[in-house]
Design a protein around this ligand. Sequence first.
Ligand SMILES: [Mg+2]
Length: 156
Amino acid sequence: MCEITFYYHQQWPCLPYEVLDECIRHHQEHSLTSEFNEFSIDVYALGDDPESRVVAIDFDNTITADPDFYTQLINCLRKRGCKPVVCTIREGDQEDMQKICSVLKGTEIDIYTSNGQCKRDYLKQLGVKVGLWIDDFFPAIANAGDTFWIRNGINF
Ligand SMILES: [Mg+2]
């Protein structure tokens, strides 16, 4: 299984991130960095609403890069009172849903498909506040210039 380098830079405490951090340390192959370098980062963990325990996890090249790790993470998050969900920019047709369910096997999880829309706008419209985003492609989450990026140490 591949090694994954996670990025996290937020300055204030975030329970979902603490759980991610524990899972990464436990897993040993994966690692963490707080330095923004697109060439060495595989997955971005980005803090958002400090009150929310929803963790929005991307599917393609995030969960699919190590489904066993993310299945464990989903279980650990739930044990700690967090609510993991899948959020992908996929269209959400039957084929997409079947694919996601087959990779996550028996894990019952809410799946949000933004169909190409900015994920943060999409979930906001649905009234879902996110505490932590986990995604290999950060521009899919929020629009450039948003203060969200400054808080996460990314100049975008
Ligand atoms: Mg992706």
